[in-house]
Write a protein of this length. Structure first.
Length: 107
């Protein structure tokens, strides 16, 4: 599910900013689970720093303080509407919980 292709976004900057603020202010633990399950198992911190129609991107930090970007493709395919972002993040979170053997919290 990870990808290195460049972003393509149907979302205006204010939507992207709102999504990033919400994820980073309210769902930091969820982001950490997502990145641990989808490519950065040794991550100790994760901050979502981009969202576009194809994927979400997180800055992932390991226990040595080394940071790198991890881009995770949306499981349901390309997005065109803001509401689809939430749906796809929830899918990633639920898949991450299953993969890591965690009980997901209610949505």
């Amino acid at each position: 599910m990870t990808d290195v292709a460049g972003p393509s976004t149907p979302f205006p900057p204010e939507v992207v900013d709102a999504v990033l603020a919400h994820m980073n202010d309210d769902h930091g633990d969820d982001s950490l689970l997502i990145v641990q399950a989808f490519g950065a198992p040794h991550a100790v911190a994760a901050t979502m720093n981009a969202v576009d129609g194809e994927a979400g991107t997180w800055v992932v930090t390991d226990e040595d303080g080394v940071s790198e970007e991890l881009r995770i493709i949306w499981p349901g395919g390309p997005l065109a509407e803001r509401a689809e972002i939430r749906r796809e993040v929830v899918v990633l979170y639920d898949e991450a919980c299953r993969s890591l053997g965690r009980e997901p919290r209610p949505h």
